[in-house]
Design a binder for this molecule. Structure first.
Ligand code: 5GP
Ligand code: SF4
Ligand code: MG
Length: 466
């Protein structure tokens, strides 16, 4: 998901809508905005679908007045993901407390949400949604804290897992990251106002400047008086999601002081060193494989070409929650550039193989178009474990790499060769010169290594074994 908030501007909702539009790659199912002004109080809108289809009309934006606002774009990873997001699961969530209202928007996934929810329901909480994030509002309602930030802090101390949160009261914008800082969150400045955003690309769109990242375990409370920071949790070593670098974040964002684009190009270079092959063309699977393909081409000297063309009017395949839509999605979204491919030995670069559906379809399309050979190069190590921290990977049984050896995967996909970047190579690409420090890794890489930095408590109680 993507979260965004702003305080101290004349028309917060327009800033939030633009910010969410720039974060749309983090969630395309639904979006919501909450603002506050002293004439009309809190105003809220939640809609299914894209920001540009919902939060652009003059009427909609006029219904969200005020100098402070937050927003959320949703991609379901927890709660109801059977078919489509229900409107009741669309954030921000809102609650009235004795000291006034508050809204919160959450990116990440709470790993003890089921346990918390059960306990809260037994003690009288009335849940409105199926979302893990709603626990936070109910924990805040039960807190005896005297201010909303105090209550939020107390609530978040009971929550485990990954959270980057943007919240608001009538006058304050609040940001918080979990102690490991699994999901990103940055602080920006626009005029006299302040901004919180999942990624820096959403600062660029509103002309805000990056001040700094919110640190792992940090909570900031921002008002007219400025930014107050404190660290309410036990300090821990940061474990940022390495997959944000590989796939999730936009390539024009800066993460941990590093350009996502450059990291991806480095991944491609590492891949070319680790897994060279004689071929005529390096082609990305667009868009997610593009920077790595450029890196592979630069390192190997094999020409880069757009062998697959993407229809710009389709969204991210993976983010379509139902299997049937995802299956169709590949063809609706990608087409082979036949004239270019015919008779060529092609290296295809993609970011990841999850179920293998995408790669198989693409290989079929490429061979149909008359390619002489197809070599897959993948910008992440084999995805063998599910993510429980806010990226929607399927259960282990459906992960190709959990069930097959590298050679079995190659045969299953029907390609001439298949190579994944090594975990060490990936760490080198994100700037860890010595590769992965196995005693104390610098990132979360659980979907590749199976080492979960936070025990996935709800899943363990359902029988999952890490
Ligand atoms: P597959 O067809 O192997 O299940 O899906 C892999 C494709 O899904 C890749 O091309 C990748 O770009 C895309 N993808 C989108 N979102 C995600 C995600 O959250 N996790 C992973 N691992 N891949 C994703
Ligand atoms: Fe990121 Fe993978 Fe860790 Fe999930 S399990 S937070 S996708 S590195
Ligand atoms: Mg892709």
């Amino acid at each position: 998901c993507g979260v965004f908030g702003v305080v101290g501007v004349s028309d917060a909702s327009n800033f939030v809508a633009l910010g969410l539009h720039a974060l749309q790659h983090r969630g395309q199912e639904a979006g919501g905005i909450v603002t506050h002004d002293f004439e009309t109080g809190f105003n809220q809108a939640r809609r299914m679908g894209l920001v540009r289809d919902n939060f652009t009309s003059a009427n909609m934006m006029a219904s969200l007045p005020g100098p402070i606002g937050i927003g959320h774009v949703r991609y379901s990873t927890a709660g109801n993901k059977s078919q489509q997001t229900a409107i009741r699961d669309v954030q921000p969530f809102f609650g009235e407390f004795s000291m006034g209202g508050a809204a919160i928007a959450h990116n990440g996934n709470i790993t003890n949400a089921l346990a918390l929810r059960k306990e809260l329901i037994e003690r009288g909480s009335i849940f409105q949604s199926s979302s893990d994030s709603e626990c936070i509002i109910h924990l805040m309602a039960r807190s005896m804290g005297r201010t909303i930030p105090d209550r939020m802090e107390e609530a978040l101390r009971k929550v485990e897992g990954a959270f980057s949160i943007v919240a608001m009261t009538r006058t304050k914008l609040i940001g918080c990251r979990d102690p490991l800082g699994v999901r990103p969150l940055v602080l920006g400045k626009v005029g006299d106002g302040w901004v919180l955003s999942s990624e820096t690309c959403a600062l660029d769109i509103i002309g805000a400047e990056l001040v700094r990242e919110i640190e792992p375990g940090e909570m900031v409370v921002i008002s007219a008086d400025g930014v107050q920071s404190h660290f309410p949790f036990r300090r821990a070593k940061s474990r940022f999601c390495i997959f944000e670098h590989v796939y999730f974040s936009r390539p024009d964002s800066i993460l941990g002081g590093r350009s996502v684009y450059e990291t991806r190009e480095n991944i491609g270079r590492e891949l070319a060193k680790e897994a060279p092959v004689d071929a005529d063309l390096v082609c990305p699977v667009p868009d997610s494989g593009t920077p790595a393909a450029i890196g592979y081409s630069l390192q190997s000297g094999i020409p880069y070409a757009m062998g697959i063309i993407r229809n710009q009017y389709m969204g991210r395949t993976f983010i379509e929650p139902s299997e049937s839509i995802r299956n169709m999605g590949v063809r609706l979204k990608l087409n082979v550039n036949r004239a270019l491919i015919k008779g060529k030995r092609v290296i295809l670069v993609d970011d990841s193989v999850v179920r293998g559906t995408t790669s198989r379809k693409i290989k079929d399309m490429i061979l149909d178009a008359g390619a002489a050979e197809v070599h897959f190069r993948i910008a992440s190590p084999p995805t063998a474990w599910p993510c429980f921290y806010g990226v929607d990977t399927p259960e282990r049984e459906k992960l190709l790499a959990a069930n097959m050896s590298a050679e079995e995967m190659r045969v299953h996909l029907g390609v001439d060769s298949l190579k994944f970047i090594s975990l060490d190579g990936l760490y080198r690409a994100v700037g860890e010169e010595n590769g992965r420090d196995n005693a104390s890794p610098a990132y979360c890489d659980a979907c590749f290594s199976g080492e979960y930095p936070v025990p996935p408590r709800d899943m363990i109680s359902k029988g999952f074994k890490a």
